[in-house]
Design a protein around this ligand. Structure first.
Ligand SMILES: Nc1nc2c(ncn2[C@@H]2O[C@H](COP(=O)(O)OP(=O)(O)OP(=O)(O)O)[C@@H](O)[C@H]2O)c(=O)[nH]1
Ligand SMILES: [Mg+2]
Length: 411
């Protein structure tokens, strides 16, 4: 399935939600449902690559950091001379070539000698600025070696601020600044270079983070956070032969939180992190449940059932898509088949709950049936995550569906 087909897959249900569903809702619910629909639009329809401007001295570990995120040697690493030459956006592609990350790998500011690669402009800072004119970064990553958080850092921060102000002026957007303390394996005690890190090491890592954090927040108000990392890994013939990475997953998650929804799908593919896939799937599930709940709460007759089913099927399809599984009817049908009875049961239950509650508690009925629709959708989301992302069996997925439904009904 190509990208256009995939888009179509999501276009139709989202369009339906917008045109048929949202206008029917009363003001209070409409606002919430509308913002959930917008989120889904961001994730699935406006998808684009994430863009980072990486600021850091030569040798701070920018290229290594990029490789560690991809878990593949996509960026060149130089250990002797300054490597990165031109301050231009580079698109690094993942192995499947279906996602990329755009990086403005700024030339190591303050390097000792001219970079090995050719550079057309003399002033590195001006070069970086001109690259940011046509493309606005989603975030600034400020990388600094753990051992250097203390040395000459004010100058680096001043440069970072200059770049940040430039973006704000040009794009009217303030990208968050995320500090990354790199190469923590080299902190004392050096004999504990391999993770897991012991107490003494962790204490020194904390200190380095604290130090950079204070320095940054003294100068800027929009520092999203500072995280330590060890990105060192060795590849041979594109294969990982040595992996000393530490805290990479945490960084990857943290970045997701500060990236716009439109870049999430690409981020999930680039990082191949299950946790990221899960997180996006949960967000989609939350939106779908809210939409179904909002709809179920309306005094619309059985006619709304197909719409709810449609949203639930779109949700399941999107979770399969997020998981990276080849999208086809068969895998979706298999999952729905496995849940089938339960989906039906949930509907039946919903109908019963709705009619019963209208008799027993007039007025509360709508609320209850909305809740039931949302419980069924949420439980389906959990089951789809276990089936598509965690690659559990259909029996296991079904058990999760039942457990989740039961738990929510109890609440
Ligand atoms: N021990 C250790 N070495 C690292 C780590 N990250 C990077 N290095 C090493 O540091 C050196 C510089 O890393 P690069 O990733 O090339 O740094 P860079 O910031 O891209 O450098 P320029 O492109 O020249 O500005 C290389 O020898 C890397 O192997 C790390 O986490 N631990
Ligand atoms: Mg580099």
């Amino acid at each position: 399935m190509n990208e256009d087909n995939k888009k179509q897959l999501f276009q139709e249900p989202i369009r339906l939600m917008r045109s048929k569903l949202v206008p029917k809702l009363p003001g209070s619910v409409r606002k919430q449902v509308e913002s959930e629909v917008e989120r889904l639009e961001d994730i699935f329809l406006d998808a684009r690559s994430p863009r980072f401007a990486i600021v850091g001295r030569r040798g701070s570990g920018k290229s290594t950091f990029i490789n560690s995120i991809f878990q593949a040697p996509v960026a060149e690493i130089g250990s002797v001379k300054a490597q990165t030459g031109e301050g231009q956006w580079l698109a690094y592609k993942n192995e499947d070539k279906d996602a990329d990350m755009e990086i403005l790998d700024t030339r190591g500011l303050g390097e000792g000698s001219a970079p090995a690669e050719a550079s057309t402009e003399i002033d590195a800072l001006e070069e970086v600025k001109s690259s940011m004119k046509d493309k606005c970064p989603d975030a600034f990553l400020f990388l600094i070696k753990a051992k250097e958080v203390d040395s000459r850092i004010n100058e680096d921060i001043a440069q970072l601020m200059e770049l940040k102000n430039f973006v704000q002026k040009h794009h009217n957007y303030l990208p968050p600044v995320i500090g990354i303390v790199t190469q923590v394996d080299e902190l004392d005690p050096v004999y504990n270079a391999e993770p897991p890190y012991k107490k003494k090491k962790l204490k020194n890592i904390d200190e380095a983070v604290e130090h950079l954090s204070t320095k940054l927040t003294n100068k800027m108000t929009d520092v999203a956070g500072v995280l330590p990392v060890c990105s060192y890994m060795v590849f041979e013939d594109e294969e990982i032969v040595y992996d000393r990475r530490w805290n990479t997953e945490e960084v990857v998650h943290f970045l997701l939180e500060h990236l716009p929804g439109s870049t999430w799908m690409q981020w999930a593919k680039i990082t191949q992190a299950k946790e990221i896939q899960r997180k996006i799937a949960l967000t989609v599930g939350k939106s779908a449940s809210a939409v179904c709940g909002g709809l179920g709460a309306q005094p619309i007759p059985i006619a709304d059932l197909p719409v709810i089913t449609g949203i639930q099927i779109s949700m399941i399809t999107s979770i399969a898509y997020i998981s990276g599984r080849e999208l086809n009817r068969k895998s979706i049908a298999e999952f729905i088949g496995a849940m089938g009875v339960n989906i039906g049961a949930a509907y039946a239950f919903r109908q019963v709950a709705r009619s019963l509650s209208k008799v027993a508690f007039p007025g509360a009925g709508h609320l209850i049936s909305g809740t039931v629709a949302s419980i069924a959708t949420w439980s389906l989301c959990k089951a789809a995550i276990s089936y598509f992302i965690d690659k559990e069996s259909s029996q296991e997925a079904r058990a999760i569906f039942e457990k989740e439904t039961h738990r929510l009904k109890e609440e």
